[in-house]
Each structure stands twice: as C-alpha cells, then as structure tokens.
Design a protein around this ligand. Structure first.
Ligand code: GLN
Length: 192
C-alpha cells in the first residue's frame, strides 16, 4: 500500500513519520507528475489552507485531486486539510477541493491563543490525544457524514464515505491509532 502526502506546505513530514511507524509506505506529492501512478490514499496536512489551496491551484493539482476523491480515493485531511475538503467555510469566501458535506469555521478558537491540547473520545477508537493549533471546527454536517469526535460541544472529527477529517493534529502525538484507522479505509479501497 502507498499513501500520498500532499507536501506543498505545512506539517507533511510528521504524517510521513506516523505512516513509517505503522509500516506503511508514503510518497510526497508536489507536482502533477507525482499523482501519475496509482496510490491507495491521500493525506492533506495541517498548515495554512489559503496557501495550500493557492499552490494546488497554481500547480494544476486541485482539479485532478478533486476528481480522484470524488471517484473514491480515500483522503485524510487534518486541520487546514479539513478546510480544503469542506464544501463550506463560514468565515472564508473561498472553497477549495470542496468535496465533503461539512461546514467549517476557520481559526475557530481565535488566531493566536487558539492552540490547546486535550483528550477526547474518537468514535470506534476510544480516548485519543488531540492537539489543536489555530484550528477550525465543524459547525454542521450534512448528507451521510458521520460525526466521529466532539470537544466542548464542537465537532472536531468526521467521516463521509472515503473522506476523513480531524480539526486537530494526530500526527503531533505518539498515538498512531487514527492513522491506522485511515489506513484501514485505504485497505478496503484497494480491495474494492
Ligand atoms: N488556521 C489554519 C488555516 O486556516 C489551519 C491551522 C492548522 O492547520 N494547524 O488554514
């Protein structure tokens, strides 16, 4: 199994390290050529959604990646990655890949002071550590989107079919279970 990690900006190396820890091969996506060969899943890291969205557009990656996701490629978006996948962002006029039926709020905990760490229940896994850095949250979901975790009454993780998002950064903790959960989604996709 091979997982592509979007490596234009942000915390992509940390995701590669997590995948290596659980014995999964990864490669970096920086340009169109990198998505030429088939792969089993895609991670869109945290960072700055506006920068990643702009670069994806300029590099001609936005449309092909959107098509792959809509055709069923498993994708895991963390933080900025969540914003890139959201169909609506309440406080941003842009939308980017816009493939997932969620509405998100950008910098929802405040710009500077909005970084914190907590532990909360992730549906199907149990209590996991959650690190939030200038994070969004999900204000509403629609379609068949399933809520996977909430913190303080706000939705911080969700899944819709092949799309998984977390407002927090699982790649910044030792706990590999959310990456394992995503790789399980990718394994099922490979089998189908
Ligand atoms: N605040 C960032 C954004 O709007 C997301 C922060 C993060 O990915 N840690 O894109």
């Amino acid at each position: 199994m091979r997982i592509g990690v979007l490596a234009l900006q942000g915390a992509f190396i940390e995701h590669e390290h997590m995948l290596a820890q659980i014995g999964v091969n990864s490669f970096e996506i920086r340009k169109q050529d990198d998505i030429g060969n088939s792969f089993d899943g895609l991670i869109i890291p945290g960072g700055e959604s506006t920068v990643q969205g702009k670069l994806m557009n300029e590099l001609g990656l936005l449309e092909p990646i959107r098509k792959m996701i809509l055709s069923g490629l498993p994708v895991f978006g963390t933080c900025a990655g969540l914003l890139l996948l959201a169909k609506n962002i309440e406080n941003d006029t842009h939308s980017y890949i816009a493939s997932m039926d969620i509405t998100a709020v950008r910098n929802a905990y405040g710009r500077q002071l909005g970084s914190f760490h907590t532990t909360a229940c992730f549906n199907g896994i149990g209590d996991v550590p959650m690190t939030f850095i200038r994070a969004p949250f999900i204000s509403s979901v629609s379609g068949n989107t399933e809520i996977l975790a909430e913190v303080g009454g706000k939705i911080v993780a969700a899944r819709q079919d092949n799309q998984l998002v977390t407002a927090f950064h699982p790649e910044l903790n030792e706990d590999v279970r959310i990456h394992e959960y995503f790789c399980e989604m990718c394994r099922n996709y490979t089998v189908c």
